[in-house]
Design a protein around this ligand. Structure first.
Ligand SMILES: Nc1nc2c(ncn2[C@@H]2O[C@H](COP(=O)(O)OP(=O)(O)OP(=O)(O)O)[C@@H](O)[C@H]2O)c(=O)[nH]1
Ligand SMILES: [Mg+2]
Length: 353
């Protein structure tokens, strides 16, 4: 009994000694750490210089040809058709299939086939298809930047959600600022807070001013404030974003009509209304477009995401069926990935060998 008490006591004594030793070690190491002095701060320069990232120049723009890869691929079979001789049914079938797959639409496909049957293709089928597609795109593509004296030019952007309105505004702000204009962005999409955030990020990136309000604010008053700011600062151009969704499409179209009235009231003047369409949705883009046309007095189309689709022919269908010019095409997500639409370059990119 006494023996076990002695053993227990000695175990306790050893435990206490261990605890004390460990405690001393920890406090030493803490003290040790505390004694490490931070490296001396470098002396401050007399003048602080903040380096501003260089903005990409417009010369860095991609070419349409370099971005239309998938759409060009669809036309491979037309390019490889024999360059001479009479046109047989088999060749016409190939042309028909390729045109329909590229989304130029039934009407244009029919017209091209009829012309090929009637006139043949003395310079080869690819060359005839190229000429016929080019001839179907005759719209005037002028983009207006000027307003009447003492008014501020407004470009309004409309379209359903996700098509690329806000991104397009960012790219166009970059373009117009590089061309020497003062640009104000109006965050008229008040449906969700993230929309104004996204526009503010583009403003920062491009050097534009931005006017925004909280989620659920009246879009008309945002546009109104943006016009006030633009005229006070002598800005040349207001780019006005709008929401792509509402509880239902009637509300959306009513709201657009209202936004337009505000934007067109002095000091504002709406000189362009761009409908933004997503090329990857093909013929659905056309159906969407028709809904917006009446309400928004559209003056031009921006067709986005042409880089990611094999359906580049939708440009032709849009112009033929809506009779509205495609003025810009989006070919990527970067600030320089927007190109003024050039039909010669477009048909060459698709069909030229
Ligand atoms: N590949 C590619 N992506 C694009 C292009 N344009 C826009 N996008 C992308 O498409 C997505 C939607 O773009 P947004 O600009 O937010 O579209 P939005 O119309 O403003 O959408 P809502 O604000 O929801 O109505 C984003 O991920 C963009 O980066 C383009 O030309 N090519
Ligand atoms: Mg948006």
């Amino acid at each position: 009994m006494i023996g076990s008490v002695v053993v227990l006591a000695s175990v306790l004594v050893i435990a206490v000694i261990l605890v004390v030793l460990v405690g001393v070690g920890v406090s030493r190491s803490r003290r040790g750490r505390r004694t490490i002095a931070p490296p001396p701060a470098p002396p401050l320069p007399e003048v602080l210089v903040t380096e501003i990232a260089e903005r990409p120049e417009l010369d860095d723009e991609p070419t349409l040809g370099s971005r239309l890869g998938a759409s060009r691929g669809v036309f491979d079979r037309v390019r490889s058709l024999s360059a001479t001789g009479a046109i047989g049914d088999e060749q016409l079938d190939v042309v028909e299939e390729v045109l329909l797959r590229s989304d130029v639409g039934v009407a244009t496909t029919g017209a091209v086939l009829e012309a090929l049957r009637r006139d043949g293709a003395p310079d080869g089928i690819a060359s005839a298809v190229r000429r016929l597609l080019r001839e179907s795109m005759v719209a005037e593509r002028h983009v207006t930047t000027e307003a009447e004296p003492d008014r501020v030019a407004v470009w309004l952007f409309v379209g359903v959600n996700g098509v690329g309105k806000t991104t397009t505004i960012g790219k166009l702000a970059h373009r117009e600022i590089a061309a020497g204009r003062r640009v104000v962005l109006a965050a008229g999409d008040t449906f969700r807070a993230a929309a104004a955030e996204q526009l503010a990020t583009w403003a920062e990136r491009t050097g534009a001013d931005v006017v925004r309000a909280g989620e659920g604010a009246d879009p008309g008053s945002v546009i109104h404030d943006a016009l006030g700011r633009a005229s006070a600062r002598g800005a040349d151009l207001v780019l006005a974003d709008t929401a792509g969704r509402r509880a239902n499409s009637t509300n959306l179209l009513d709201e657009l009509a209202k936004v337009r009235r505000v934007a067109d009231r002095a000091p504002g003047q709406v000189v362009e209304t761009f409908m933004v369409l997503d090329a990857t949705t093909g013929q659905n883009a056309l159906a969407q477009a028709r809904e917006f046309l009446a309400a928004a007095s559209v003056t031009g189309i921006v067709l986005t995401k042409l880089d990611g689709t094999a359906r580049g022919g939708i440009v032709v269908a849009i112009e033929r069926e809506l009779a509205i010019p495609v003025k810009f095409v989006g070919v990527g997500e970067g600030v320089a990935d927007l190109i003024p639409f050039d039909p010669d370059e477009f048909v060459d990119s698709l069909v030229r060998a």
